[in-house]
Design a protein around this ligand. Structure first.
Ligand SMILES: C[S@@+](CC[C@H](N)C(=O)[O-])C[C@H]1O[C@@H](n2cnc3c(N)ncnc32)[C@H](O)[C@@H]1O
Length: 298
């Protein structure tokens, strides 16, 4: 029995990290994100969940956390992350769908989701899942793609774009790629049990000509001041938010960790090469250091 969840934007086999970041001329955007993360990350923490970790580009930035779970639907992205991060007990690699997180309630004291919400057809459902696995008072850093950015406003005014940046609904500008309205994201966060603490606007200078003229670190330095206006207005293509998990919800017992994404049973029995659910008998592979929950073994 497989769960019905919204479609996944599949990065399996993708060269996203090298083509988009390493050779894609995005040093400025990467630096701008590093600055935002440094501002928003708690100084310390025990266990962080990175949702849509990809090839682990941001993972080395989560310095204060003792352990980090890198979760991504794509196994090949996680393999690249393993290469980048090297052998370490600090990292746990999990291939799974963000709509059905394979963890017990109240497990994590922090979570990040960077450049991943924009692939979610049902964004509130994913935020609900993230909230479920967080302890009360945990911190959640969410980045989202903002439809109300200056470029889209200009294009709309010049009639070069048919969708309105001002309306609250998400826009799917390419298959499974969504831009969101800031007010809508704020409302979803509130509805799903998060109290918004801070917003930073990121990538003010994501403009080809500026990136050609000025070095990336100069633009990032300049942008670091502009980020600070993020609580007042959000007109950049990318917005970083910091929220606190609120409400009286569970804290996972020390011994608990994984739960079955098919039937929610926990704990799972761990064997060297698989995890087994004693309730629905689903089996999940553990291969080359990656726990794979995408589909049970047959
Ligand atoms: C644009 S990449 C961002 C990767 C990384 N966060 C970064 O900023 O470099 C989006 C990632 O989200 C993952 N993803 C998309 N849909 C997912 C889902 N439903 N569950 C888990 N991961 C998903 C993709 O596999 C991909 O690695």
């Amino acid at each position: 029995m497989l769960m019905t969840t919204p479609p996944v934007c599949d990065y399996e086999g993708s060269d996203y990290q090298s083509s988009f970041w390493d050779q894609g001329g995005r040093a400025y955007e990467d630096l701008a994100e590093a600055i935002a993360l440094k501002r928003l990350l708690p100084k310390s923490g025990k266990l962080l969940l990175e949702v849509g970790a990809g090839a682990g580009r941001n993972t080395p930035r989560y310095q204060g956390f003792q352990r980090i779970v890198l979760l991504d639907y794509s196994r090949t992205q996680l393999e690249q992350a393993q290469e980048r991060l090297g052998e370490s007990d600090r990292y746990i690699f999990v291939a799974a769908d963000a709509y059905k997180l394979p963890f017990v309630d109240g497990l994590f004291d922090g979570a990040t989701m960077i450049r991943t919400l924009h692939h979610m057809k049902d964004a509130p459902a994913v935020l609900r899942e993230v909230r479920r696995v967080l302890q009360p008072s945990a911190r959640f850093i969410l980045e989202y793609a903002n439809k109300l950015n200056l470029k889209s406003i200009l294009r709309y005014m010049l009639r070069r774009q048919d969708w309105s940046p001002f309306t609250p609904e998400p826009v799917e500008f390419a298959a499974l790629n969504f831009d969101f309205h800031p007010e809508t994201v704020r409302r979803w966060l509130k509805e799903e049990g998060f109290a918004l603490e801070r917003q930073l606007t990121v990538s003010h200078f994501r403009i080809g000509i500026l990136k050609k003229i000025f070095p990336a670190n100069f633009l990032a330095w300049l942008g670091s001041f502009a980020q600070l206006t993020g609580n007042w207005w959000q007109l950049t293509p990318s917005v970083f938010t910091l929220s606190e998990a609120v409400g009286e919800t569970a804290i996972a017992p020390e011994s608990a960790f994984f739960q079955c994404p098919q039937c929610d049973q926990a704990p799972l029995e761990e064997r060297p090469e698989m995890l087994i659910c004693s309730s629905c008998d689903s089996k999940y592979a553990i291969r080359n250091g990656i726990y794979d929950f995408r589909e049970p073994l047959t």
